[in-house]
Design a protein around this ligand. Sequence first.
Ligand SMILES: CC(C)(COP(=O)(O)OP(=O)(O)OC[C@H]1O[C@@H](n2cnc3c(N)ncnc32)[C@H](O)[C@@H]1OP(=O)(O)O)[C@@H](O)C(=O)NCCC(=O)NCCS
Length: 201
Amino acid sequence: MLPTGVTFPYRRHENQTGGPLHRLTNLETERLVGEPVEERHRAAAIELFGDPRVAAWIWPGEFDGPRSEAQADEILERFRAHWADHGFGWWWLRERATDELVGEVGLQWTTIEGAAMVEVGWTLFPRSWGHGFATEGARAALEFGFEGAGLESIVALTLEENHASRRVMERLAMVFERPCIHAGFPHVLYRCERQPPPIAV
Ligand SMILES: CC(C)(COP(=O)(O)OP(=O)(O)OC[C@H]1O[C@@H](n2cnc3c(N)ncnc32)[C@H](O)[C@@H]1OP(=O)(O)O)[C@@H](O)C(=O)NCCC(=O)NCCS
């Protein structure tokens, strides 16, 4: 059973016909296209999750840093299953100008201090940091979550000292909610809510 707060995905598209299927799941921004994670992204996933500069922020301390190929495969499988189960998940971001993959953004169900929530997340190749891609991709993911998947509230979570990630949350106008312990580490929790529709006058 789906946790509460989720309605049938792609609600916004229900009455649209004739468009290619990818229109329902891809993200489109000025500089980026987001493609749902699939098997064909395996090599990129192995590179991204095996990079110690990236892994240090996702699997700190005893979580053991860079992932092996087998662990990257498990992540890929988990991401594919999340799409199948919930109608949203992680996207690979491709830069339009170069056709290169720059990293991932995603929406996923997670449990934070015992409560089920949907979080937005981001992980980019170090060569792609500092161009605003995480913010641009995540903004589109949030829009998908609210408008496409019908979510009411989305959180973001990061290690207390991950200033780059906190900055992305602030640029997305997410609001700091509270510190929390997640996976045994001090984290910070930010949140944004679906905007109410404008009042008709
Ligand atoms: C976090 C991450 C996705 C940010 O990607 P990005 O594309 O560089 O982010 P953006 O360019 O959209 O914005 C980054 C902001 O953080 C700032 N920033 C970058 N590094 C920073 C640092 N070490 N300390 C403080 N701010 C920093 C940038 O200046 C920018 O803010 P500004 O526009 O006000 O100058 C990227 O650094 C990353 O993949 N890190 C490793 C994995 C990770 O931490 N994932 C998140 C786990 S919760």
